[in-house]
Unconditional design. Structure first.
Length: 340
């Protein structure tokens, strides 16, 4: 184990919110989306993250149909008061077709999902409860109204929204304070900077940056989803990781590699430091949640919370996102960008 210093802290959702590490841990890949993992190593990773001051743990009921929540339950039980536990509702993998997603924001569904997540996680309250995806058939005010009832009932402490647009966030925030907005944000995915990030700055929510390592691509650990990743891996369906796009996008890592080499750090650390610094430019508080099931990587990622890039280094990295080929999802309709 390395002597990685603890990550600094911030407050979730503003000055009165709970204190959390400025980097969280994405737990999705421990059970879902990115191929097989070693459960023992994943459990050790949860523990190591906490030792490093990583206290926001991110899951969702959609991750392996609740299995990811169940996987986390023993860790949560052992550390209930030391961690901030976030989960989500609204998204289900279609049982008939694993590539299809069903999105529901109707009140009965939200209430049932919350009870199911509480049971699977083995807790009596969820610290941060997100709407995972927006169902455009339900007004956002109605969705947040039901989420606010969960707060009033003591089942949820704070509310979050994932993949919402700026106007949706403002409308939601008028109904109940929104502590966190979870959106994809990385050197490869910057579409939220136009409309979402300014609204986050305005409302004072914390921006929880998901896939800050570009789903691993920014670390250089794979260059082509078809060649390097296993059959069921979700990334094999993402346009930017396949075919000619992947080949082109790999070349975009050159400046990341250059900065990493000069600073004696890894590509992933440069990518994580970039998210922290980009947030400062926009005046938002950010908590990236890189996902990993390996202790060595959680140490590496946590260390990036102390890396400060220079203005020249940031300038070198600036053009990357504009040159990426292929969308961040095959179907962008379910993202904030798809509704802007
Ligand atoms: N709200 C949403 O719609 C949404 C969507 C996607 C994800 N999320 C959340 O965000 C979290 C993070 O996103 P993500 O997992 O999609 O993407 P990510 O954090 O950008 O990348 C994760 C991938 O990078 C690898 N990795 C992690 N650290 C590494 C390192 N230091 N060196 C090399 N490879 C490394 C991981 O593999 P190993 O595990 O093998 O280390 C994994 O394959 C998820 O776990 C989930 O909780 C939310």
């Amino acid at each position: 184990m390395t002597n990685t210093p603890r990550v600094p802290t911030t407050r979730l959702g503003g000055p009165t919110g709970p204190e959390i590490g400025v980097q969280g841990l994405g737990c999705m890949g421990m059970s879902f989306a990115y191929g097989p993992t070693d459960a023992g190593e994943a459990r050790a990773t949860l523990e190591r993250a906490l030792e490093l001051g990583v206290t926001l743990y991110d899951t969702a009921d959609a991750y392996a149909n609740g299995e990811n929540e169940e996987f986390l339950a023993p860790f949560v039980a052992a550390h209930r008061d030391e961690i901030t536990l976030a989960t989500k509702f609204a998204l289900t993998v279609d049982p008939e077709d694993s590539t299809r997603r069903i999105i529901r924001n109707d009140p009965a569904h939200i209430r049932a999902c919350a009870d199911d997540s509480l049971r699977r996680l083995g807790v009596d309250v969820i610290d941060l409860y997100y709407m995972h995806r927006r169902d455009v058939n339900v007004p956002i005010e109605e969705t947040v109204g039901v989420m606010a009832e969960l707060v009033a009932a003591g089942k949820v402490k704070q509310l979050g929204l994932s993949e919402v647009t700026g106007p949706e966030l403002r409308a939601a925030h008028a109904v109940h304070p929104i502590a966190a907005v979870q959106s994809e944000w990385s050197l490869f995915s910057r579409d939220i900077e136009a409309g979402v990030v300014p609204a986050v700055a305005e409302t004072g929510a914390t921006l929880v940056a998901y896939s800050p390592l570009g789903r691993g691509f920014l670390t250089g650990s794979f260059t082509s989803a078809e060649k390097d990743l296993t059959e069921g891996d979700f990334r094999r369906r993402q346009p930017r990781f396949t075919g000619d796009n992947a080949q082109h996008n790999t070349t975009l890592l050159d400046p990341v590699r250059e900065v990493a080499r000069a600073r004696g750090v890894t590509l992933g650390q440069v990518a994580l430091a970039w998210v922290q610094q980009r947030a400062r430019v926009h005046g938002v508080s950010v908590v990236p949640i890189p996902g990993t099931s390996r202790r060595t990587r959680v140490e590496e990622n946590a260390a990036a919370a102390h890396l400060l890039l220079s203005a020249d280094e940031l300038a070198l990295l600036e053009p990357i996102a504009g040159q990426v080929r292929g969308g961040r999802y095959a179907d962008m309709a379910f993202t904030s960008a798809g509704r802007e």
